[in-house]
Ligand binder design. Structure first.
Ligand code: SAH
Length: 345
């Protein structure tokens, strides 16, 4: 299967068009068209017919097909199930926040990280997404919904650090002034704690927000619910986070899904505060989304845990849950589609 042309950088596109005998500005022209949601080269009205045909013979740009759209009646959240060229499905969520319209993109088809509470990982990883496939989620969510996107979170299906080359190229593409021009400060990348990826990202000193899915501050609990902890222990993870902050000056956001009787004890709040000392971290407490296949249940101690963290000097917020009526937490819609054999409901 050929990859989408949207994986190409401006430089690559300009060089390829140069090889076809086109002047240098043609690269910019085509690159700009690619972010506007066109699905065929014929829509690039300021290119000659001959060039459009030549491009169509070499490249693909039709983008993913929306097989399902679910809109929340409560808060305007829209969840898309997209079918990719090879028939695989991924999810993208559009969320309307006061600070901007945010798209949550997937980075892989499935996930191999195995977190016990997460629906995305239940069937393992099928494949990585290409940079253009990640970008197309933003472009076509914007085109389909008519809602201009200002923020991006890499928090959909998949582990961004397990597909970091593609993710970095996606960031370059989406950030480009001739593309969607979304600033790094409007982008968050979430990882379950793949330390080499965090270290590599630190070296790039990008102005994006790093989110770390912590979910437990102690090795024993974390290894139980997040197998990644057996390879990258939470104490090394905290050390990598401290280094990341020193290098980039960017505050890290820690995701913490509150699970009944597992990670919601007072001593665990105290341990978080202790491990974060010296770094202005922000803990985002998430009410656990009940995944049917998992025995883990939502905690009822969230407020108390938040107060405990705050009393120890850690900024903690409780995430407002959007799209609860539409299976908006990632992985759930794709699983349902797989169970139904992909038929539309
Ligand atoms: N692989 C990356 C990004 C995708 S998951 C990561 O792990 O960070 C996005 C966030 O949703 C992560 O913080 C993840 O731990 C969390 N999450 C997954 N399943 C959840 C559930 N059932 N309830 C609450 N949060 C969940």
């Amino acid at each position: 299967m050929r990859d989408t042309i949207r994986s190409m950088t401006l430089e690559e596109l300009t060089a390829a068009l140069g090889d076809m005998g086109e002047p240098a500005f043609r690269g910019k022209q085509v690159f700009a068209w690619l972010s506007r949601g066109v699905r065929s080269f014929d829509e690039m009205s300021d290119l000659s017919k001959a060039l459009r045909e030549k491009l169509a013979g070499r490249y693909r740009l039709e983008g993913p097909r929306a097989v399902r759209r679910q809109s929340s009646r409560e808060d305007g959240t829209v969840k898309y199930l997209w079918e990719l060229q090879d028939g695989n499905c991924i999810e993208t969520v559009l969320m309307r926040y006061r600070h901007g319209n945010t798209v949550c993109v997937s980075t892989q088809v499935g996930c191999r990280m195995g977190c016990a509470f997460c629906a995305s990982t239940l069937g393992g990883k099928v494949r990585d997404l290409t940079p253009g496939e990640i970008l197309e989620q933003v472009i076509f969510t914007q085109a389909d919904s008519g809602v201009p996107v200002s923020n991006i979170v890499l928090m959909g299906i998949g582990e961004p650090m397990d597909n970091l080359d593609s993710v970095l190229r996606f960031l370059e593409l989406v950030n480009h002034p001739l593309g969607l021009n979304i600033g790094m400060r409007h982008i968050s990348l979430s990882t379950c704690g793949v330390i080499p990826g965090i270290r590599r990202l630190a070296e790039l000193e990008l102005q994006l927000t790093l989110s770390v899915s912590l979910h437990a501050p102690d090795s024993e609990t974390r290894s139980r619910i997040m197998p990644v902890n057996r390879a990258y222990d939470v104490d090394e993870l905290f050390a990598a986070c401290h280094d990341y902050f020193k290098r980039t000056g960017r505050r890290i956001s820690f995701e913490y899904a509150m699970i009944d009787g597992v990670n919601d004890a007072d001593w665990q709040a105290d341990l978080i505060a202790q491990k974060l000392r010296g770094m202005p971290g922000h803990v985002n407490l998430i009410p656990l989304n009940d995944v049917a296949e998992s025995p883990l249940k939502p905690s009822r101690r969230t407020r108390r845990f938040q107060q405990r963290l705050e009393s120890r000097g850690v900024t903690a917020t409780v995430r407002r849950s959007l799209g609860g009526d539409i299976d908006a937490s990632c992985g759930q819609l794709r699983r349902k589609a797989m169970e139904n054999g992909g038929e539309q409901t």
